[in-house]
Write a protein of this length. Structure first.
Length: 119
């Protein structure tokens, strides 16, 4: 029996996959989109912090899906199942983060590095 060997590289590592999937997850899953939207608008997290938080939620959902054997199902914020098209429409209508929000939520280190202390 021949086995196909798959080499894990930086481009296709598990950590890389977890970093890429939250971006897709928040664009397709209304619950993840609502979570990301709340972090960016209400709690004013920077994009990186919000994406890592979505990755953590997605990793936990993946673990539960694997351990229970139930398929992943898209749900709205009330917990009701939705279709992929319905989910996309819901996200576009309610959970779009305005591009003007991103610059205001930069990490504080950006401003600290650009400013020089007076001597």
């Amino acid at each position: 029996m021949d086995r196909v060997r798959r080499v894990v590289t930086d481009r296709d590592s598990g950590a890389g996959a977890l970093a890429r999937h939250p971006l897709a997850g928040r664009r397709t899953d209304p619950q993840l989109a609502a979570f990301y939207h709340r972090l960016m608008t209400t709690q004013r997290h920077c994009h990186t912090q919000a994406t890592i938080a979505v990755a953590r939620k997605l990793a936990e959902r993946t673990r539960v899906t694997i351990t229970t054997g139930r398929p992943y199902q898209l749900r709205d914020t009330n917990g009701d199942p939705v279709t992929a098209r319905g989910a996309k429409e819901l996200i576009d209508a309610h959970y779009h983060v305005d591009t003007r929000t991103h610059p205001h939520n930069r990490a504080h280190t950006d401003t600290m590095q650009n400013s020089k202390p007076a001597r």
